[in-house]
Design a binder for this molecule. Structure first.
Ligand code: C5P
Length: 224
């Protein structure tokens, strides 16, 4: 049983990897399974929220009662998030968004030719969706923004710095480089007061704890 700590709240979540096309049949992606983002969506729904999940390509089923919008590229994810942002109380960026997109993608399948030089890809940096959402909160105070960080070293130090850099009240750090695709995770929550470790558990358990930590912080900020 989950208490309905987010009843009446609207929550927007990104999850999964993105896919950056090289040509119509090829692209660049990453090893995010989407499991953590989908677990957070499920936990937020269980907690009574109205949940929109903007998801890159994954093999996962949509959690019960969650509205899912599928996207491929980081740009599509950014546009879908911005279009859905109005009226959201919480934004949780769990997606592993590609840092770069290919600017010279081919409209047709590239052909391999004997003796020809391989294609040269060119890249441009993608917009940081989380930072863009966080930058909108100065007007109404909403949405409460939560980010994720997967660092392979010095997480405690980098986590605090990343939270400030992104301009968000809460950052969730994954411990260890091997969380992609796994069912278990250990996470550290960074907020303005410091950091708290949530011990190793399955992703749904951690997602439920995260949802209750978010609800606590929202309630606290509404009181002050
Ligand atoms: O900067 P870094 O990629 O480590 O930050 C990770 C956090 O920022 C995650 O919450 C991720 O969803 C979000 N992010 C984003 N858009 C990007 C890059 C990261 O929303 N282009």
């Amino acid at each position: 049983f989950q208490p309905k700590v987010l009843a009446g709240k609207r929550v927007l979540i990104t999850a999964g990897p993105t896919f950056e096309a090289i040509d119509p049949v090829r692209g660049i992606t990453n090893l995010s399974s989407g499991k953590m983002g989908y677990a957070v969506a499920r936990a937020a729904r269980e907690a009574g929220a109205e949940v929109v999940l903007v998801s890159g390509p994954t093999a996962l089923a949509t959690p019960h009662g969650v509205r899912r919008q599928e996207v491929q590229s980081a740009q599509q994810m950014h546009d879908a998030v911005m279009a859905a942002l109005n009226g959201q109380h919480v934004f949780i960026g769990v997606a592993a968004v590609a840092d770069w997109r290919v600017t010279n993608a081919s409209a047709h399948k590239m052909k391999k030719q004997d003796g020809a030089a391989p294609p040269q890809l060119e890249f441009a940096q993608n917009t940081d969706i989380l930072a863009a959402v966080a930058a909108t909160t100065s007007v109404s105070g909403w949405p409460y923004c939560v980010g994720f960080a997967a660092e392979s070293e010095n997480l405690v130090e980098f986590g605090a710095v990343k939270r400030e850099k992104k301009g968000i009240p809460l950052l969730v750090g994954n411990i260890g480089p091997h969380t992609f695709g796994q069912d278990d995770n250990t996470v550290i929550l960074f907020d303005e007061d410091g950091h708290t470790v949530l011990p190793r558990a399955d992703k749904l358990t951690l997602a439920r704890q995260l949802v209750s930590e978010i609800a606590k912080r929202i309630d606290r900020s509404l009181l002050t």
